[in-house]
Design a protein around this ligand. Structure first.
Ligand code: F6R
Length: 366
């Protein structure tokens, strides 16, 4: 059942190219230049009437929502807030009929997410669910559903569900942009061409996991480490940090790279591992200078960059290059090395990778 892999998690990491292809699947036109979402009951007029969007989810799905916020705001220019479901209801969110609430849930059974969905509907909002389980509670109760076709996810640590959620957000963001006219047709076509290259690019990443295995073995001896990044890299850093914590039990913190000097630099001491994401071209120079700040204090740095920025090699201890893609799509590649890093760190520590302590695959209590 593990198809030759030692663990479900590794199998599911390797299934990502297929999950990307299946989730994009029939949602592009024949030319691959436009997004079509025939499953949506929401009309174009409904989309034009949306004034704000709340994305609500837990854990890894919440982290996908952090990327989703940037994607929708950038492409469709609608204001988006992303909330943790267990907090959402208790902050008296301002929900109206012109609010679209997007709930994201792999299982479709997470109690807090389901409660948020019900509260949003009670307040008159329309709810769109992004879920991996057809017929789940969230799928049944939402007004609209975009199914992620990642296939069953068995490992407790979510991998292919997260990346498929990213693909769903890209499709939704592009679709909204088409309806609202916020992006040129050529820009949409360019994004879709880049999206269709992602599965092959993930395959290329999976072929070079050795660097990550070696780095994972070195961090397995530490009790603390940091992930840093700016913009979308920060959103990915947060997910990388959660993944590492949940299966390796190594404490880590994800920090917006520019925030380090507002306190956290005090914790950077000789030998501490820092995983620095610098895939965003516009922010590269800024992140590179933050990397220098941690290096100057003795950090042992793994840089994750796109292949055009290999010069960073001089300023870090190890480097991992992801294939070149558009900045907005980089999270769908940059998270893969972090998943592998967590997997190998967990293995090096002799943990039960697929069933980490104290966690359940589906959390049905609030
Ligand atoms: C982390 C993980 C959890 C889930 C969270 C939400 O790897 O798996 O953080 O993402 O419990 O679960 P779903 O998506 O099923 O609502």
């Amino acid at each position: 059942e593990k198809a030759g892999f030692d663990h479900f998690m590794l199998k599911e990491i390797y299934e990502q190219p297929k999950a990307y292809r299946d989730t994009m699947g029939a949602r592009l036109n024949d030319e691959g230049t436009r997004v079509v979402l025939p499953e949506l009951k929401m009309t174009e007029d409904d989309i034009r009437a949306i004034r704000n969007i709340h994305i609500v989810a837990c854990g890894t799905a919440y982290h996908a929502g952090l990327v989703g916020k940037s994607v929708i705001e950038k492409l469709a220019r609608i204001p988006v807030e992303t909330d943790v479901a267990s907090e959402y209801r208790y902050r008296s969110p301002i929900i109206g009929k012109d609010t679209l609430v997007i709930v994201v849930s792999q299982s479709g059974e997470t109690a807090d997410t389901l409660a948020a969905l019900r509260e949003a509907q009670r307040c008159g909002a329309r709810v769109l669910a992004i879920t991996n389980v057809v017929g789940s509670s969230v799928a049944r109760e939402a007004d609209d559903v975009i199914t992620t076709w990642a296939g069953p996810e068995i490992a407790v640590a979510s991998t292919k569900a997260y990346t498929s959620q990213l693909i769903a957000f890209y499709l939704l963001g592009i679709y909204m942009a088409q309806v609202l006219g916020t992006q040129e047709d050529a820009a949409v076509a360019e994004l879709l061409t880049a999206m269709q290259a992602l599965p092959g690019q993930v395959e290329a990443i999976l072929e070079q996991s050795e660097v990550l295995k070696a780095f994972a073995e070195s961090i397995a001896k530490h009790d603390n480490l940091f992930f840093i990044g700016r913009g979308l890299d920060y959103a990915v850093a947060v997910e990388g940090s959660l993944k590492l914590k949940e299966i390796s039990y190594i404490h880590s913190e994800a920090y917006a790279a520019g925030e380090l000097k507002h306190g956290t630099l005090a914790l950077i001491e000789e030998g501490i591992p820092v995983i620095a994401l610098a895939t965003q071209e516009e922010l590269f120079e800024k992140t590179a200078s933050n990397i220098k700040e941690v290096k100057a204090r003795g950090a042992h740095v793994l840089g994750v960059v796109n292949e055009d920025e290999l010069d960073l090699r001089k300023s870090v201890d190890e480097i991992f290059a992801i294939p070149k893609t558009m900045a907005l799509l980089a999270p769908a590649l940059a998270v893969v090395p972090l998943q592998l890093l967590s997997y190998y760190a967990s293995l090096a520590r002799g943990n039960d990778v697929d069933k980490p302590r104290n966690l359940a695959k589906s959390v049905t209590v609030e």
